[in-house]
Design a protein around this ligand. Structure first.
Ligand code: OSB
Ligand code: MG
Length: 370
């Protein structure tokens, strides 16, 4: 594909309610959308999931914009005839900044699958018509507040509940949920808030038949995760610790986790996600697709990845209305009465981006043409 233009849009999107994790709380999410335009006029969309501060990752929306404008966009436009799967090689000399890279790579996947006249999920090798929707619930002021939301989500039909935990607010939350919902698939996410000194907390959590404990320890400590995994029976899932295929290999060989949460933004794109899912499938690790509170654009890529055959746990992919009063795509992503989300069969990402809405909301727009 020969590109002629790349446009970056920056705006802020207000979540329906504050999302609190062990690293902070979020109500207004910065959003960066990438639009690529090919010679023929065909377009593609992608989303950059970097957050407002360097908490989950060192990337922020501001570092992403800087690196996109100064290094990524010029390199992609200069390259000439480019394929989506080659973007990671084209950008290889730019170290890190996976979220910034992924926004452009996603837009090229959308464009390429539209040009091929195929839905994105099938274009990348997806095999499912629907994907299992789970929901991620943030820390709440009280246990009562948490229970209200868990009930609501179970009633809505979500097939798996994940709750955030932090030191001092962990075992009692799980205990309260298990009392009312002894059988729902349940897991916890610590976002790296604990150390090996908290072993007693993990031993307690071990009693509640959790599907997994996500990212209990420091993001850069595969060795401590390996030590922890030998001491508890609940499977460990890693999120922040794995940003590349080599991290995934090290995780497997060290025995640091049995399950991996794949987020395209964190691992540097759709191609990288696919490769990692293949690896997980070959070595027999569990795998599922995580989310970063995306708009309907980023969500389309999560749904497509979740349709790949190696995904074998419920995903952190919820309906648009769980996050937003009004999403920026049509149709919004919806939950079926089976607690799933249908893959869409129109060419590309399958949803239409409401460009007028994006233009209206945009606080800044950067356009680069060749
Ligand atoms: O750790 O999985 C995480 C959101 C932002 C940053 C990190 C995480 C999350 C979530 C939300 O858990 C998942 C979703 O998009 O629904
Ligand atoms: Mg996580």
């Amino acid at each position: 594909m020969e590109l002629k233009k790349i446009i970056l849009y920056y705006f802020e999107a207000k979540l329906k309610s504050t999302f609190r994790t062990s690293f902070g709380s979020l109500l207004v999410r910065p959003v960066i959308l990438v639009k690529v335009e090919e010679r023929s006029g065909e377009i593609g969309w992608g989303e950059v999931v970097a957050g407002e501060g360097p908490w989950y990752s060192y990337e922020t929306y501001e570092t992403a914009i800087l690196v996109l404008k100064k290094y990524i966009v010029p390199r992609i436009l200069k390259y000439g005839d480019i394929k989506a799967k080659d973007v990671r090689y084209v950008l290889k000399s730019i170290r890190g900044h996976n979220m910034a890279k992924t926004g452009v790579e996603e837009a090229l996947w959308d464009l390429e699958s539209r040009l091929a006249g195929e839905p994105l999920y099938r274009y990348i090798g997806g095999v499912r018509d629907e994907i299992v929707a789970g929901v991620s619930i943030g820390l709440k002021p009280t246990i009562e507040n948490l229970m209200e939301e868990v009930k609501l989500r179970v009633e809505e039909g979500y097939r798996r509940i994940k709750i955030k935990i932090e030191p001092g607010r962990d075992v009692e939350l799980v205990k309260a949920i298990r009392k009312e919902f002894p059988d729902i698939p349940l897991q916890v996410d610590a976002n790296a808030a604990y150390t090996l000194n908290d072993i007693n907390v993990f031993r307690e959590l071990d009693k509640y038949e959790l599907l997994m404990i996500e990212q209990p320890l420091a993001y850069d400590d595969l060795v401590d995760h390996s030590l922890l995994s030998r001491k508890i029976s609940t499977p460990i899932c890693l999120d922040e610790s794995i940003v590349s295929i080599s991290d995934l290999k090290a995780t497997y060989l060290l025995g640091s986790a049995e399950i991996v949460n794949i987020k395209p933004g964190r691992v540097g794109g759709i191609e990288s996600s696919r490769k990692m899912l293949k690896y997980a499938g070959v070595v027999g690790m569990g795998a599922w697709i995580g989310g970063m509170l995306e708009t309907g654009v980023g969500r389309a890529f999560l749904v497509a990845l979740a349709s790949l055959p190696e995904v074998n746990y419920p995903n952190d992919i919820s309906a648009s209305e769980r996050y937003w009063d009004k999403d920026i795509v049509e149709p919004p992503w919806e939950l079926t009465n089976k607690g799933t989300i249908r893959v869409l069969k129109a060419p590309g990402i399958g949803v239409e981006v409401l460009e007028e809405e994006v233009e209206k909301r945009a606080r800044e727009v950067w356009e680069t043409t060749i």
